[in-house]
Design a protein around this ligand. Structure first.
Ligand code: SF4
Ligand code: SF4
Ligand code: FES
Length: 242
């Protein structure tokens, strides 16, 4: 049991609001407790050593996606990561790359997700029948409903975006989260959009043809979402239009 170890945290510090501030790494030490997560450790550091430390959280249960950060080089959720996983008791924390930095470990994933949603129109565009409030909703195959439900499990944490080399090289790339969310609507039998409509937004290098398929997205998604299947699905669909 790892109780009582001294943990060392090397934490990225930078406040972009302060003109004189330079990026740096701050070192903190705390005593590990049983079942401690990186999130709990960060709270202890903020409460006991440095109230100026910035990081985000809401749910503490892997549901809100707010606490995503890079932990020892891996984008993941601080509230779902046990400090016991790190045998040498040394943990380095960086903010997720690819997002606007608010300060220290806090990034603006919400702004990115909203822009993505508006750019790809990530909402249901109903067929005429679905638009008519007096008509009975058309039935959906249970298998399709299950598949859509699975894709709705995304918590918009941004880990797949930060793990994507294409996104780091091309800021306009929609990322795995954009492709996966668009696949969700392309599959929905209630959505009136044709393949050519989807081609219009992702049939290019900033969309599905820019993806290198190395699957850093799927490897780092804390909800284990099936990016590979969805990217292949969209790529097949878009290739047929060409
Ligand atoms: S498979 Fe595509 S979307 Fe996923 S990390 Fe690689 S380039 Fe990015
Ligand atoms: S697809 Fe996975 S990694 Fe990407 S934002 Fe959603 S939950 Fe996070
Ligand atoms: S605090 Fe909500 S996912 Fe970690």
């Amino acid at each position: 049991m790892s109780q009582g170890r001294t943990l060392t945290f090397n934490i990225f510090r930078y406040d972009p609001q302060q003109p004189d501030c330079q990026p740096s790494t701050e070192r903190y030490q705390i005593t590990e407790a049983p079942g401690m997560t990186v999130f709990i450790a960060l709270n202890m550091i903020r409460e006991q050593q440095d109230p100026s430390l910035q990081f985000d959280f809401v749910c503490r249960a892997g549901i809100c996606g707010s606490c995503a950060m890079v932990i020892n080089g891996v984008p993941t959720l601080a509230c779902r990561t046990l400090t016991a996983n790190y045998a040498d008791a040394e943990i380095t924390l960086m903010p997720l790359p690819g997002f606007e930095l608010i300060g220290d470990l806090s990034v603006n994933t919400g702004k990115f997700m909203r822009q993505l949603s508006e750019r790809l129109q990530l909402w249901l565009t109903p067929t005429q029948q679905e638009n008519d409030i007096h008509s009975i909703e058309a039935p959906m195959e249970p298998e399709l409903a299950d598949e859509l439900y699975e894709l709705e499990r995304c918590i918009e944490c941004g880990c797949c975006v930060s793990a994507c080399a294409t996104k780091q090289m091309n800021d306009h790339f929609v990322g795995a989260v954009g492709l996966m969310k668009l696949a969700r609507f392309a599959k929905d039998s209630r959505d009136a959009r044709e393949d050519s409509d989807f081609y219009h937004v992702i049939g290019n290098q900033d969309g599905v043809f820019g993806c290198m398929t190395l699957l850093g997205c799927q490897d780092n998604c804390p909800k284990q979402l099936p990016h590979q299947t969805q990217i292949a699905y969209l790529r097949r669909k878009m290739t047929r239009i060409i």
